[in-house]
Write a protein that binds this ligand. Structure first.
Ligand SMILES: [Mg+2]
Length: 185
């Protein structure tokens, strides 16, 4: 199942963030994203895979974050996610079995029921966790997306490729005990 996954579709609030939205007095809003999730998405894209963001709400912060992590496919203001998800499939010419979707609320369930690998964050509603194939250990906005990316890329045997660029810059005589393991768990 995981070997075919090459399109990652992510909810924003509660998945890429902890779900909090802070309103400021000038009409703007603040959310916090996790740096390891953003970096994970960059690794994912570097492996030649694709990623899209699918949010029920529209926010300038989403657009800024998407730009920063290199995700060009940003879909916002989706009152129902399934029709938008179908557009994403078309755009990337994918079938649902090649998609991993990460969500946390009821709005995500119709898409989660379609995809090859449906993931929920641990504090997602019970019904959402139930439709998921996998529930992350890390929370939304706290590395959940990174965890999913590592899981899939390790399963696909691509993780050493992610590390390669950094391992190359380490001293050649560094003891094996301090190097990344050859086999990934
Ligand atoms: Mg959400």
């Amino acid at each position: 199942m995981l070997d075919k996954i090459d399109l990652l579709v992510l909810d924003v609030d509660g998945v890429l963030t902890d779900g909090r939205i802070v309103y400021d007095s000038r009409g703007g809003e603040t959310k916090s994203f996790h740096v390891t999730d953003g970096q994970g998405i960059k690794y994912w894209l570097r492996m030649g895979h694709e990623a899209a963001i699918l949010s029920g709400r529209a926010s300038a912060v989403n657009r800024r974050r998407a730009r920063e992590i290199g995700v060009r496919a940003l879909y916002e203001d989706a009152k129902d996610k399934l029709p938008v998800f179908l557009k994403i499939l078309k755009r990337f010419r994918r079938t649902p079995d090649r998609v991993c979707y990460v969500g946390d609320d009821f709005i995500d369930m119709p898409v989660m029921a379609q995809v090859g690998f449906a993931v929920a964050v641990p504090d997602a509603a019970e019904e959402v966790r139930r439709v998921a194939h996998y529930v992350t250990k890390r929370p939304g906005g706290g590395g959940a997306v990174r965890e999913v990316i590592e899981l899939i890329l390790k399963y696909q045997g691509r993780w050493p490729e992610v590390l390669e660029r950094y391992v190359r810059q380490m001293p050649a005589d560094l003891p094996a005990a301090r190097r990344p393991r050859k086999e990934t768990p």
